[in-house]
Ligand binder design. Sequence first.
Ligand code: HEM
Length: 482
Amino acid sequence: FKPKSGGNDHHHKKLPPSPWGLPLLGHLHMLGDLPHRDLHRLAKNYGPIMSIRLGLVPTIVVSSPKAAELFLKTHDAVFASRPKLQIAECVSYGQKNLVYAPYGPYWRNIRKLCTLELFSNSKIEMFRPMRREELVLFVETVKNASVDGSKVNISAMIESVFEDMTYRMVFGFKDDTFNIKSTIKELMELAGTFNMADYIPWLGAFDIQGLGRRMKSVATLLDGFLEKIIDEHVVNAKEHKGQHKDFIDVMLSLMESNNTRELHLDRDHIKAILVDMLAAGMNTSSTATEWVITELVKNPRVMKLVQAELVNTVGLERMVEETDLIKLDYLNMVIKETLRVHSVAPLLAPHESTEDVMVDGYFIPKKTRVIVNAWAIGRDPEVWSDNAEEFYPERFIGSNMDVLGNDLQLIPFGSGRRKCPGMQLGLTVVHLVVAQLVHCFNLKPPDGISPDNLDMTEKFGLTMPRANSLLANPSYRLRIEV
Ligand code: HEM
């Protein structure tokens, strides 16, 4: 079929080009385990604004910077909503979270509140001592693991330091007294699993994949843990009046004091936002860090330059401090280049249109899903020339292109109204962990594997980490003990 639009008057309106699809499945059968790559291939034939149908869901795929500008800038307000997904229904306390909230006054208020109260520069600063403590422990752990020259699972260590920093920031502790960590992991795995019920909704009633049952049980467990943790904070807050130490404390004090006319916060809001912070903040940053380290191990030339910059700026007599980060220009280029080549969220998060609209001469009906292929945009030969596949940080020398959503050529955090509100925090922690790891250690691939042959397989999900853990032989290089 060729995709059709809703009402009769839509028939004569031109929809974006589309491949031929199957009844019911639409184009789902064309997408494999790495859908960003399949959609990139299709876009080469059908263009940067392509129309497909995912099961019963009419979808537009956006694959070039110019097209992204139309959807995320020119018509941003029309495409700023989110589709209803089963996972969001299960764990968002009636869509009281931020990530999946439909576009409208509620989303606007909760986003404003989170931006001000949780993601502001002063809040990022507030947690700096905590990050420093965790980084010292991180370096010690890597050092102990590598003491007899054995290979170390770098991916697992990176995941663990981000987990610890995030739990401390959000809950104020990192030990797993409440057994919450495995439940959060299960939730993130479910959120990243392809769910047929999101594309052919009546299949949801049969729960063929068993995802519905798993989601419900995770949601129940999670709610129990969050209730206990919040209760504990309420008791502690009474004892330590006025001292806001973590995200829950901040939210509780807002619940008491700041229940404005615009937004009435209750416990469900707090729980929904806490889940957002864990799901949106933890894996994204650790995935980005894992790929930066992978590229550095794969490219010894670049690693040498990063380490030389660190020696010049920091010296081998101490660890990296957050105040050093601003001076590390080459490292900044390396991180930008990694975010270009390995998008953490290759298809961003799904957007949905809230009204009929014409874009570039094409008719896009209300309630169309919009997928922005940031991974494909990072490879557009018109922007990145014919060495787009190459890892080459020097391409940013003399360029003021940023990753913050201002330049549509490079949008690892999205752009427009729905862009990532946690990007400053994310960039700070990624820079910090990468800088610390390569400053404190030389990292070589294990078992005599040549850097050229390093496994680079991706695993698509909620984020896109390495499919297999990165292993390396670290050797300590500082002249002092941490
Ligand atoms: C390197 C790290 C990170 C990357 C690459 C990243 C990437 C993204 C992307 C691609 C989106 C979707 C944008 C869109 O829909 O167009 C997003 C949304 C979001 N991110 Fe991040 N993120 C990172 C870190 C964080 C952190 C640390 C937090 C908070 C602790 C966070 C919180 C959020 C939230 C709440 C949203 C939803 C915003 C909304 O729907 O209005 N992110 N992020």
